[in-house]
Write a protein that binds this ligand. Structure first.
Ligand SMILES: Cc1ncc(COP(=O)(O)O)c(C=O)c1O
Length: 389
């Protein structure tokens, strides 16, 4: 089979290992593999994609890597124990003392902590610019800058990043463009085609799709991934075979889950915008979104993520969430079930308040990951919650 197949066929078939005639890749729960002449030869050649030892790769991780690469249009990739393991291995693996990153203060909270608390201890500095404004990224570039770091859709404010403009800047300055594509998934956006060098996923989210695993992935050119592979082996953040099995199973339905996440979210966003208890709504399907035009070019299919502000601040937002029946109050996103949170006391609680406010995380902000439930049931739950305020 070739990569000429369409997206949904790739989600089902790419990478899947039909061992012993199995329809699905069986779970190979083994930490190590027999050392044959072939294995020794693979080891001598660098060990990547040779089945030797579970920290390096496994039958199940190989299946998933092939599938993600097919979906993202990437040459090669690697898997990690979490999205943060993927991000930390990428940044610590590719950067050295004295290097510099340009990022944005509204990157995912864990990434922000890595950039502001951990990397400086190793002499790697970050300047925070505005992901909505590619010119601010260019202005922040220094002589020692090596990476421009962006997210397709920012978390939690749902700003849309102009990947094409960022890529043009990265190429002009000979920098790597690293992009966290978690909020979009490869169904909605394939950043490598827009010029990104490395694409990162928290596979915990849309790729896994069922809130039952934690994992991460990085895909990109074969050269960069070969460098990353060695770093993963040294840092050790690999996923186990059972985790990869669940991830592969989840990815096989990505193309049927994503359209429902996105259409449900677009409908809920429209209804929220008209609700008297709501001050503002951020979703790229709304013409009122400040990045509407960029979104039409970068992620025209949308996302299942919405941010909205409840009138009455954090107290009202918390009361609204506690009034919900079906929608679960929990952090994380991208699963079949809808999850809701206030970023200030969950995903972004460790970001200083002034930085949060400056990044648009004002009082009353709620983030919802819209699931694939019936949209009328979702709206009944949300409107009951709002009407109880
Ligand atoms: C955009 C984004 N990137 C990365 C991560 C980190 O992923 P993980 O929790 O799998 O380590 C998250 C987690 O919420 C996220 O939202």
């Amino acid at each position: 089979m070739t990569d000429e197949r369409r997206f949904s066929s790739k989600t089902v078939h790419a990478g899947t290992k039909h061992i012993e005639g199995a329809v699905n890749t069986p779970i190979f729960q083994s930490s190590t593999y027999q050392l044959t002449d072939e294995a020794y030869a693979g080891w001598a050649a660098g060990a990547q994609h040779t089945l030797l030892y579970g920290r390096l790769s496994s039958v199940n991780s190989e299946a998933v890597v092939e599938k993600i690469c097919a979906l993202e249009g990437a040459e090669d990739g690697d898997l990690f124990a979490s999205g943060m393991a993927a991000i930390s291995t990428t940044l610590m693996g590719l950067l050295s003392q004295g290097d510099h990153i340009v990022a944005s203060s509204d990157v995912y909270g864990g990434t922000y902590g890595l950039m502001t608390e951990e990397l400086p201890r190793f002499g790697i500095s970050t300047t925070m610019a505005d992901m909505q404004d590619p010119a601010s990224y260019e202005a922040a570039i220094q002589e020692n800058t090596k990476i421009l770091y962006i997210e397709t859709i920012t978390n939690p404010v749902i700003k849309i990043c102009d990947i094409e403009a960022m890529s043009e800047i990265a190429k002009r300055h000979n920098l790597l463009l690293v992009i966290d594509n978690t909020f979009a998934s490869p169904w909605a956006c394939q950043p490598i085609k827009m010029g990104a060098d490395l694409v990162i996923h928290s596979t915990t989210k849309y790729l896994g799709g069922h809130s039952d695993i934690v994992g991460g992935a990085v895909v990109g050119s074969a050269d960069l991934i070969a460098k990353m592979f060695i770093k993963k082996v040294h840092f050790g953040g690999c996923p186990d075979p059972h985790n990869c099995f669940l991830l592969e199973r989840g990815m096989r339905t990505l193309a049927v889950r994503m359209p429902v996440h996105c259409s449900n979210a677009a409908e809920i966003a429209t209804r929220l915008e008209a609700h008297p208890k709501i001050a503002s709504v951020n979703h790229p399907s709304l013409v009122s979104h400040p990045d509407y035009d960029v979104a039409q070019r970068i992620i025209p299919k949308g996302t299942g993520m919405i941010a909205f502000t409840v009138k009455g601040g954090d107290e009202a937002a918390l009361k609204f969430m506690r009034g919900l029946d079906m929608i679960f109050e929990a952090t994380s996103l991208g699963g079949v079930e809808s999850l809701i949170e206030c970023p200030f006391n969950s995903s972004h609680m460790f970001i200083p308040e002034d930085v949060r406010i400056a990044a648009g995380l004002g009082p009353g902000l709620v983030r919802i990951s819209v699931g694939i439930e019936d949209v009328e049931d979702l709206w009944t739950d949300i409107s009951n919650g709002l009407n109880s305020l």
